[in-house]
Design a protein around this ligand. Structure first.
Ligand code: APR
Length: 227
């Protein structure tokens, strides 16, 4: 069985990281047009860099939760027949032991050169002033609105070839991730949603409502026991 998982901010909520659109979410307190668009970075670079510096340093105070750990176990069981796509820019899946992870919206713990996009540097503190490779200015290694997410070809291929697609802790309002369930469904996969709130849609075969740390470990156990 080939499994593809998509996660969103809801899977990290119980680790203490804010989601985007829930009450008191990140987008409630920060103007998206400034901190999550290339134009915003262009107009207020210092404010944007500071926003991501703060989020980046906040990662030190949080730990992966039982949902992250359960998905790492699922990967252990299925190996190369498993792929985890995350919209999250935190490192909690990786810290929980997930290896086959595509951070399609980038990573907080990386920054990249404005001169050469290949110059990507690890960063756990404040963003450095200059690219260590070529000295040019830098930006957060985050995909902003209007930019193309990473590894879309690999993602598309995996969605077209999977038997089971589950989307976890995401409001499903941001494309292209919001369209993944449709691609998987059209390719013949079973589509499952695990989320605090469930919305009805014709592509989803099963809704499992609840907190990620409660429903994800149970769901993973049911799959590993059955295979
Ligand atoms: N357990 C499970 N689901 C939860 C929990 C929880 N403890 N807490 C919140 N949720 C659900 C909410 O019900 C909501 O459906 O997680 C979802 C979070 O939705 P958003 O805040 O919109 O986050 P996400 O879907 O990841 O946003 C997608 O939008 O702003 C951009 O690039 C950003 O990657 C982000 C993308």
């Amino acid at each position: 069985m080939k499994i593809v998982i998509l996660t969103g901010a809801g899977i990290s909520a119980e680790s203490g990281l804010k989601t985007f659109r829930d009450a008191d979410g990140l987008w409630e307190n920060e103007p998206v047009r400034i901190v999550a668009t290339p134009e915003g970075f262009e107009s207020e670079p210092k404010r944007v860099i500071e926003f991501y510096n703060k989020l980046r340093k906040g990662l030190k105070n949080v730990e992966p939760n039982a949902a992250h750990q359960a998905l790492a176990k699922l990967e252990e069981k299925f190996g190369d027949d498993f792929l985890l796509i995350t919209q999250n820019v935190d490192d909690l899946h990786q810290r929980a032991g997930s290896k086959r992870v595509i951070p399609m919206h980038g990573e907080l713990l990386k920054v990249r050169c404005l001169g050469q996009k290949e110059h990507v540097t690890s960063c756990s503190e404040d963003q450095p002033e200059k690219c260590p490779t070529c000295g040019a200015k830098m930006r957060p290694h985050i995909v902003w609105f209007g930019e193309i997410p990473f590894e879309m070809n690999k993602i598309q291929k995996a969605l077209m070839g999977c038997n089971l697609f589950a989307y976890i802790g995401t409001s499903g309002v941001v494309y292209p991730a919001a369209g993944f369930k449709q691609i998987a469904k059209m390719a013949g996969a079973q589509v499952v949603c695990l989320n605090l709130e469930t919305t009805g849609d014709s592509y989803t075969d099963e809704f499992i409502q609840g907190k990620a740390t409660e429903v994800v470990p149970k769901w993973v156990k049911a799959i590993t026991d059955a295979n």
